[in-house]
Design a protein around this ligand. Structure first.
Ligand code: ADP
Ligand code: MG
Length: 294
């Protein structure tokens, strides 16, 4: 496991954590945070603060910048450490296991919660550029002088939590959402296999129907579209061979400019997959009409 933020946690002392928190708070207002600011927040002298900054720097938890002043920012590892520490403190997570999957914009790990139940934690990893590319700048960065990768990752996690919760409230077949902290979601572990990796689907027609119903329910009752639906974001659960939809940060409300386009793309992704892989042909126009009919 190369999750630095998790590996260092047992080594970090309270003061180092406090210094990291000071940087986090300072980063709300500026990209780099001056030592004096960090010291003030932590309640330590500048020289003591510098000592803990040095040790955090060695662990790759912070990045040092020298320009017209010397400033610090958290690295993604420092941010991981803060979020994981919070999850431990709140007894949401007991330990972290091996990596389950590396997605386009996340890392997913097995973890144990306080009841020794296996869960997954999803750490969002959204680059500044890709975030800007996907999201409308004015909606998310208004009043922000800068937007860091950490901030983008947190917003992405919050978006995912919001839409996933909506899907849960609609009774759809999705993972339970236990908690969100910063850019990390704690989710129900779906014991199954990604649709894309499956050689055979036992009941392909039923599976396709259920996915179409999922899209329809989100669109009609939930007022949103998943926006990244494909064989990569559907897990076929072992216990009941039913499709479970994951990965919600790209979802948008139906009244968003590009919502209909995303709906069309989601439907097309699914139909194309079932056609190419399983030879099941469904008429695109009819499916779209069924999903959007009043
Ligand atoms: N709740 C879950 N249960 C089991 N596996 C999961 C769960 N969430 C994600 N995964 C695994 O991790 C991979 C990446 O997660 P995903 O939510 O799709 O993130 P990304 O946006 O990075 O694609 C998935 O393809 C899946 O294999
Ligand atoms: Mg995915």
């Amino acid at each position: 496991m190369t999750l630095i933020g998790a590996e260092v946690l047992s080594k970090l002392n309270k003061k180092e954590l406090r210094v990291l928190q000071g940087i986090e708070v300072g980063m709300r207002n500026s990209e780099y945070v001056e030592v004096e600011m960090i010291a003030k927040f932590a309640g330590y002298s500048v020289s003591e603060t510098e000592r803990w900054l040095r040790s955090c720097h060695k662990m790759d938890l912070i990045h040092r910048w020298s320009g017209h002043f010397v400033g610090y920012e958290l690295t993604i590892h420092g941010y991981d450490a803060l979020a994981l520490n919070a999850l431990y403190m709140k007894n949401e997570v007991l330990s972290i296991g091996r990596e389950k999957g590396v997605g386009k914009e996340s890392r997913v790990f097995y973890a144990l919660d306080a009841d020794q139940q296996e869960v997954v934690i999803k750490l969002h990893r959204v680059g500044y550029t890709s975030f800007q590319h996907v999201r409308k700048k004015r909606r998310y960065t208004a009043n922000k002088r800068h937007i860091s990768e950490l901030y983008a990752s947190r917003l992405s996690a919050e978006e995912e939590a919001k839409w996933l919760q909506k899907a849960i409230d609609l009774g759809l077949n999705v993972p339970k959402l236990w908690v969100v902290n910063r850019h990390i979601l704690k989710l129900e572990l779906i014991d199954g296999i990604d649709l894309v990796k499956l050689k055979n689907i036992p009941e392909p027609m039923e599976t396709l129907d259920e996915i179409i119903e999922f899209i329809k329910t989100c669109w009609q009752q939930g007022g949103f579209v998943h926006g990244d639906l494909s064989e990569h974001n559907i897990i076929m659960r072992h216990s009941d061979a039913r499709p479970v939809v994951i990965d919600f940060p790209q979802a948008v409300p139906v009244d968003e400019e590009n919502a209909f386009e995303l709906l069309e793309r989601d439907i097309l992704n699914v139909l194309t997959y079932f056609d190419r892989k399983l030879g099941i042909k469904a008429e695109y126009d009819k499916v779209l009409e069924y999903i959007t009919e009043e």
